[in-house]
Design a protein around this ligand. Structure first.
Ligand code: PLP
Length: 400
């Protein structure tokens, strides 16, 4: 075996000498200028940049309205509150997601009902939603995992039949579409994240998109103390000192600093998407004939936002498990990751709800063997090549 074939973790030379993250933002001069302009404007928090960002986002998401907040987590929390979820209700969430999807349900006092995923798409299994429905079920929160849309025909049909609200977790899915319709207003409320590693970033940020005038009004009030008008709007009236608290709200409004950054990023969404597609294509071709790797699929009828590239190892083909493969990739200076350790395997969810290993067999089979490899628009062809080379040498070395 040549030294170049030996993984770094086994004593070989790393494939690359600089560290490659699994995701990172791409900020250029235009973003920097836009933020500096806000800093110089004299109005830093929610101001004129918010409606501008909201219209740009509504357009991309194919929705009538967008309501900006300060994180994806907040977008889910205000959505759960806006549909009136409460202690007598249940909501269905896939176990393979980030904590925020489930926390949104729990903050309202509602009961969290987890569901298994489909083995091909890694999205919530529609049949599982149906199995989990009880007379108390009020909402379902499908997650468009890795940017790949859920079967929204199936989800919508089930929701209609059982009178459920749909809150889509589209934190990965800005720019994705289902049968030609953008992800943004298929469910009642669609939640977006603009965290630094998401496809479009505000540094931190989030938003809810919807076609409903009534829900838009609720969300706007809930994001700022349950007030009928925020400070910027009041500053434009003849009695700017007057406000009325109409309900128990949150404090999760977005700043103009964030919105200014987001406005520029949204303009670049097609460019970002094109570059993601090129990298995904290179990966798909490189791994197509590799029996140790299952490459990601896109749901029939969907266009993915290609947020994450998640490979699944076939453990029977290797002498190393997923964690060893991850350690080996880190030794090659490639910061691969896991999305996610399923919710039902986290200490908090096990303690609070009695979940245990074995509860969601498909989720576990998938989650035990997945690795998220680097995918972001700023990656060069050489970066992409280094990921392929590293994975190939690791798999060849540990092949059973
Ligand atoms: C990132 C993310 C969130 C939360 O978004 P933040 O902006 O980080 O609060 C929610 N759900 C999923 C699936 C995410 O990936």
């Amino acid at each position: 075996m040549k030294n170049s074939d030996i993984p770094a973790i086994e004593g070989g030379t790393p494939v690359r000498d600089t560290v490659l993250p699994y995701a990172t933002q791409w900020i250029r001069n235009e973003e920097i200028q836009a933020v500096v302009e806000v800093l110089k404007s004299g109005w830093l928090t929610s101001g004129p940049k918010i409606p501008e960002f909201e219209s740009a986002l509504a357009e991309v998401a194919g929705a009538k309205h967008a309501v900006a907040v300060n994180s994806g987590t907040a977008s889910l929390a205000v959505s759960a509150a806006a549909i009136g979820l409460g202690p007598d209700d249940e909501a269905v969430v896939p176990s393979l997601t980030f904590a925020a999807t489930a926390f949104a349900v729990l903050y309202t006092g509602a009961n969290l009902v987890l569901a298994d995923i489909s083995e091909d798409t890694y999205n919530i299994d529609p049949a599982e939603i149906e199995r989990k429905i009880t007379p108390k079920t009020k909402a379902v929160l499908p997650v468009h995992y890795a940017g790949n849309p859920c079967d929204m025909d199936a989800v919508t049909r089930i929701a209609r039949e059982h009178d459920l609200s749909i809150i889509e977790d589209a934190a990965h899915a800005i720019g994705a579409s289902w049968k030609g319709t953008p992800i943004g207003a298929i469910g009642d409320l669609t939640c977006h994240s603009f965290h630094a590693i998401k496809n479009v970033t505000c540094g931190e940020g989030g938003a809810v998109t919807t076609d409903s005038d009534e829900l838009r009004k609720r969300l706007t009030s809930l994001r700022y103390f349950g007030l009928s008008a925020d400070t910027w709007q009041r500053a434009r009236t003849d009695r700017p000192w007057l406000y009325h608290i109409e309900e128990l709200g949150f404090k999760c409004n977005m700043m103009d600093i964030q919105a200014a950054l987001g406005i520029v990023q949204l303009k670049r969404i097609d460019e970002f998407k094109k570059r993601r597609a090129e990298i995904v294509d290179t990966y798909n071709k490189a791994f197509a004939a590799e029996e140790a790797i299952i490459t990601p699929t896109v749901t029939d009828g969907a266009e993915s936002a290609l947020h994450l590239y998640v490979i699944r190892l076939r453990p029977e083909t290797l002498r190393a498990d997923r964690d060893q493969a991850l350690r080996a990739l880190h030794a090659e200076n490639i910061r691969a990751n896991i999305h996610y350790l399923p919710l039902h395997l986290h200490p908090y969810f096990q303690r609070a709800f009695d979940f245990k290993r074995g509860d969601f067999p498909v989720t576990e089979r998938v989650a035990d063997n997945i690795i998220t490899i680097p995918l972001f628009p700023k990656m060069t062809d050489a970066d992409t090549r280094s990921v392929i080379d590293a994975l190939t040498r690791i798999i060849d070395y540990y092949r059973a």
